[in-house]
Design a protein around this ligand. Structure first.
Ligand code: NAP
Length: 263
């Protein structure tokens, strides 16, 4: 049976954990050659059969890359093309929240750091990737950015997750406009750009929230489906948007949120 991504080269950031790591696994299972980039290169290497087999078959390569650093992004893309000859797909999954910033940081440092990873990182990686995608013959590519329901609506006041200066929703709202802007400008080059808006998802990213039973229950109940999503449920839609099945989809944002935004 032909696999959806046979002969395609996919680069995934934030590949050491959660949604990014799950995208890597799904791409490998669906025939892609994958470059897994993460700020912590050792974290990108789970000890399981899919990853081991792909490594042995030279279909998987790990790169240490801090997406907030322009040189890292350019090196990462250059190394991908040097190793595998082309770049077809970019998944911008690296992301942080204010919970990842050192506790002593004030609101300005926190804002700068979250924006640098979530927004600037997606822009820098896309900038470097587009240059290579245009060299495909014919020019072609697919980029999927990860926004959030919090890019579309504000946190519920009673959950006390923001005082209005939380940079996370600001960064995720801007991802939606980055997606639309790139999509329109890159359409003539055959490069599609889309985003997904996950609801709350069971990953390391939300561990602090999941570890608080009262808050976890409250947040889960805010999704009409009554629970957090799984990384596979988000990756399923990301891979669809990256695939040829979505050949007429660009500039779009897909909610993958158990109905959160429909209310
Ligand atoms: P995750 O499990 O924390 O994975 C994110 C990965 O990105 C981690 O391996 C992290 O490394 C890495 N990373 C952090 N800073 C980086 C940098 N500067 N350069 C490269 N890699 C970096 O989070 P996730 O839940 O999979 O989230 C993936 C994306 O989905 C993020 O953009 C997030 O905002 C978005 N999202 C998540 C949820 C959710 O509920 N989980 C909901 C909506 C949207 P370290 O672990 O070493 O920091």
């Amino acid at each position: 049976m032909t696999q959806r991504f046979e002969n395609s080269v996919a680069l995934v950031t934030g590949a050491g954990s959660g949604i990014g790591q799950t995208c890597v696994r799904q791409f490998l299972n669906d025939g892609a050659i994958v470059v897994a980039a993460d700020i912590d290169a050792t974290a990108s290497a789970p000890d399981d059969e899919v990853f081991k087999a792909a490594r042995d078959n030279k279909r998987l390569h790990f790169i240490k890359c801090d997406v907030s650093n322009r040189l890292d992004c350019e090196n990462c893309v250059n190394e991908t093309v040097k190793l595998f000859g082309r770049l077809d797909i970019l998944i911008n999954s690296a992301g942080i929240s204010q919970r990842n910033v050192r506790p002593e940081a004030d609101f300005e440092e926190t804002w700068d750091q979250v924006m640098a990873v979530n927004l600037k990182g997606s822009m820098l990686m896309s900038h470097a990737a587009v240059e290579k995608m245009k060299l495909n013959s014919p020019s072609s590519g697919a980029i999927v950015n990860i926004s959030s329901i919090m890019g579309c609506v504000v946190y519920n006041e009673s959950d006390k997750l923001s005082d209005g200066f939380n940079p996370y929703p600001h960064s995720k709202g801007a991802i939606l406009q980055l997606t639309r802007d790139l999509a329109v400008h890159l359409a003539p080059d055959g490069i599609r750009v889309n985003s997904v808006c996950p609801g709350f998802v069971e990953t390391q990213f939300t561990k602090g929230l999941q570890d608080n039973p009262e808050l976890h229950r409250k947040l889960a109940a805010r999704h009409p489906l009554g629970r957090f999503g799984t990384p596979d449920e988000i990756a399923n839609v990301i891979l669809f948007l990256a695939s040829a099945q979505a050949s007429f989809v660009t500039g779009a944002n897909w909610s993958v949120d158990g109905g959160y935004l429909a209310q």
